[in-house]
Design a protein around this ligand. Sequence first.
Ligand code: SF4
Length: 278
Amino acid sequence: MEIIVGKTAGFCYGVKRAVDGAKEALKQNKILYGLGEIVHNQEVIKELEELGMQFIENIGEANGKTIIRAHGIPKQVYEEARQNQIELIDYTCPKVLKVHQIAEEYANKGYYIFLLGNKKHPENIGTLSYCGENKFVIEKEDDTIKALEALEKSQIKKLLVISQTTYNLEKFYIIEEMIKNELPRNVELVIKNTICQATEIRQKETEEMAKKVDCMIVIGGKNSSNTKKLNEIAKQYCETVLLIENETELELDKIKPDDKVRNYGRGFNSKEKRRGGY
Ligand code: SF4
């Protein structure tokens, strides 16, 4: 059996930076709080909990130094932490910070903002706090018309389009085309493709490899946006796609001995367990 491991497998820069940073901080602090799961990967979460990290959902639950994960946080959470005198160790990915900066700059200039992504994703909850009052989240192609209607109703003549850093690239291009075709001529349009390059490269590699193999194994957190998208893309081109979080979930009977298998893991730990996330 031929096994091919994806070149881009493993944690992306932003997640690696946050996980390594948390481990480093745990050497100096017996207890450390983590606002939200630092990575959507139960194996890593368990390891960090064993080292003394306590994961919380609200900043109000923190009782000491708190790690901010790569997804970032809404503006008001910084303020809340300051008021409660909670020290933040901020590992918001620089690429997410860039999206916040763009959103804030254009919101201040009076632009209406379309954010392509999942409404409930923590990264977007953070980004939306920088978008001002006039904004619309486009989750899928069908939402584009509703977004354009909301823009028309607002009577704003300037539109900025940005996206979640892990948004599906193909969908981004489809929605971009729809906006360009439907937008009234008197509305100024600025499109910033804020999909992270790490995401773009992974999605492209997934597509290319899925076309060439008989079975594809996607290793990552089942609630990870990135992993879900890679799984979605793989399924479009490959008949057998196995999404697993660790080696115990691997159903070997689904792989035939003469299959060409692509292993799309997102990193290894010292025990050689596959792990993924984000
Ligand atoms: S996918 Fe990109 S933007 Fe998101 S944490 Fe990783 S490096 Fe940062």
